[in-house]
Design a protein around this ligand. Structure first.
Ligand code: ADP
Length: 311
């Protein structure tokens, strides 16, 4: 498979603060890539640079082998971008706005009517062609945002947090639309929500603190998700070895202060909690709290860093 995007040593700083640092990444043609990272990790900065909206402090971007710094107009022809705040014109109808978007993308005038019709069809907007954008629901406005990103038939589509702020039904619809678009285009979408990636993407690129910390498939990433863990607080905690001897516990680590992370396997959180409560009563550990831990991005990031995957 051919690469559609190549990023080399990409760095950017706003004033004195580095937002992204020395990111190297390749994206191959076809598939849905998820750019995962906590808020402030640097996702929007990376996407804005990729799409030619922001000039990087350092590094290079190649789109289909075209150097985006030297040939920005040529590179942008291959990119469709839905920024975090979609550039919609509330007072235009859907059709008017998409005609305008096609013009901005330098499409030949004679091709525009057919392209607008086609993209409205693909994005489920045909019924709403004459409706003012301001009168569409959030989900349909997002469809218009996606439509403007694909109207010039670019090979590579970049969607910055495409499901952010939508209700669960709208999220399902937008995911469905993204999957259908990915049949013809390579898609890169960003999110800070792991389940969003798991629902839609084939590949993950994870950024934390401005650095690329993981590049691989969703299956490879699963190895770094802590499957089952509890955070246990105790006033008089035992040595870790003793905690590890509770049946079902596979690992225990100190988190600082009274808190400990306990990983377990193959049981329900309720069962293992009961055993820990029993052991605490029997041994005087003075348990004060047990919380079931979701696999937070922070926890994954710390696992990746510990295992030296962090680059
Ligand atoms: P994400 O999209 O992952 O939430 P961003 O790329 O928006 O992350 O931000 C990365 C870092 O850069 C953050 O610390 C953010 O505060 C900072 N940042 C983003 N945009 C600007 C800006 N225009 N001026 C100054 N700092 C910014």
């Amino acid at each position: 498979m051919k690469e559609i995007v190549k990023i080399e040593h990409l760095s950017h700083r706003y004033n004195i603060q580095w937002a992204i640092r020395d990111i190297n990444m390749e994206i191959l043609e076809r598939g849905i890539y998820g750019l995962l990272g906590s808020n402030g990790a640097g996702k929007s900065t990376a996407m804005n640079i990729l799409c030619g909206v922001l000039k990087p402090t350092g590094g290079n971007v190649f789109i289909k082998g075209i150097d985006a710094r030297k040939y920005p107009v040529e590179a942008k022809r291959h990119i469709g971008f839905l920024p975090q705040r979609p550039p919609l014109h509330a007072d235009l109808t859907v059709e008017e706005y998409l005609r305008h978007a096609a013009g901005v993308r330098l499409m030949p005038a004679r091709e525009i009517p057919a392209a607008v019709r086609e993209v409205m069809e693909r994005c489920g907007l045909t019924h709403f062609s004459k409706r003012l954008i301001r009168n569409l629901s959030g989900g349909y406005q997002q469809r218009v945002g996606i439509a403007q990103a694909i109207i010039h038939r670019p090979g590579f589509i970049v969607l910055d947090e495409p499901t952010n702020g939508l209700d669960p039904n709208q999220i399902m619809e937008i995911r469905h639309l993204i999957k259908s678009i990915a049949e013809e285009h390579t898609v890169l979408l960003s999110t800070h929500i792991l389940s969003e990636i798991q629902a839609t993407c084939h590949h993950i690129r994870m950024i934390e603190e401005g650095r690329l910390v993981f590049a691989g498939t969703v299956e490879e990433f699963d190895n770094y998700i802590i499957p089952s863990s509890l955070v246990v607080s105790m006033i008089a905690p035992p040595p870790l070895d003793e905690l590890r001897r509770v049946p079902g516990v596979v690992h225990a680590e100190a988190l600082g202060g009274p808190r400990f992370r306990v990983k377990y396997s193959g049981e329900f959180p309720g069962e293992i909690s009961e055993r820990i409560i029993g052991a605490s009563v029997a041994n005087g550990w003075r348990l004060t709290a047990i919380d079931v831990e979701k696999s937070s991005l922070d926890a994954i990031f710390s696992t990746l860093s510990r295992e030296g995957r962090s680059r």
